[in-house]
Design a protein around this ligand. Structure first.
Ligand code: SAM
Length: 270
């Protein structure tokens, strides 16, 4: 049992986002959702006392853990260090070189949710099953028109299919966090729409949501460099510029970004 492990190793948690998952059913569900087989090399971010690691090791061919806390690295080595299919790297998952892997499974440290998710998406993987703070998870899966829909929703959904598997109460953890959590399944996809310049697309989305209650023309005019802003304001139809960012789907943003780039190209050619 996870509570026995916590007392055996005298681990209390609390610092470094250490909220250990003690609900055995949720631990089983996370491992099952990852659909592991001998051919999988799993990356686990933040192994803690190995409560999830032991489940991953039962099914995967190899498990590599990145853990920030040296004491917990010792605990993990004490539990699994003699196995060939296990490796632990001491370090910050946002900064260390990533090992080879094809799936990621983790009860994430919530303070690095955003940087680690985008780092992993840029790196590439087959499937991820990750625990996030519930509010963050809702923003990841939201569609245009909902109040949680924003820059995070557009950026994540551009790279991957994303679903909430289950919502988890604070009582499933020790020590209990103040917030609810959710397990998310992420499967990278080829974007279903064309984006001609990814950097510009993401910049436009960021500018549009920088003031989400404002019409696009106001939000954009406050957050883009003046040359770009001027160009967009003079060339785009009022019908588009009078919309709010939350009314545009990821595909709408892609079309808008492509359209602006096309107009700019024509302006340069003339
Ligand atoms: N896997 C365990 C579980 O499910 O109970 C522990 C999860 S706990 C929410 C987060 C773990 O991530 C802790 O073990 C913590 O020490 C570790 N951690 C915190 N920040 C980290 C970082 N930047 N890089 C890697 N691990 C980190």
């Amino acid at each position: 049992m996870v509570r026995n492990l916590l007392s055996r190793y005298r681990v209390k948690g609390g610092s470094h986002d250490q909220h250990f998952l003690i609900d055995e059913d949720v631990l089983d569900l996370i491992a099952e959702t990852a659909n592991l087989s001998e051919s999988d090399h799993v990356l686990e971010i933040g192994g803690g006392i190995g409560n999830l690691t032991e489940r991953l090791l039962k099914k995967a061919g190899k498990v590599t853990v990145i853990e920030y806390d040296p004491y917990l690295v010792d605990v993990l080595n004490d539990r699994f260090g003699d196995r060939d299919d296990f490796e632990v790297i001491l370090g910050d998952a946002v900064k260390v070189d990533l090992p080879p892997f094809n799936k990621v499974v983790a009860n994430l440290p919530y303070s690095i949710s955003s940087p680690i998710t985008f780092r992993l998406l840029k790196h590439g993987f087959d499937l991820a099953v990750l625990m996030y703070q519930y509010e963050f998870a809702k923003r990841m899966v939201s569609s245009s028109g909902s109040k949680e829909y924003g820059r995070l929703s557009v950026a994540i959904q551009h790279y991957a299919d994303v679903d909430i598997i289950v919502k988890i109460p604070p009582s499933s953890f020790s020590p209990q966090p103040e917030v609810w959590s959710a397990v998310i399944r992420l499967e990278p996809h080829e974007s279903p729409y064309l984006v001609k310049d990814e950097k510009f697309f993401l910049k436009l989305v960021e500018a549009a949501f920088s003031q989400r209650r404002k019409k696009l023309k106001n939000a954009i005019s406050r957050s883009l460099p003046s040359e770009e802003k001027q160009f967009i304001l003079t060339h785009l139809p009022e019908s588009v510029m009078n919309k709010r960012a939350e009314e545009l789907s990821p595909e709408d943003f892609a079309s808008l970004a492509n359209y602006i780039l096309e107009l700019k190209k024509k302006a340069v050619d003339n």
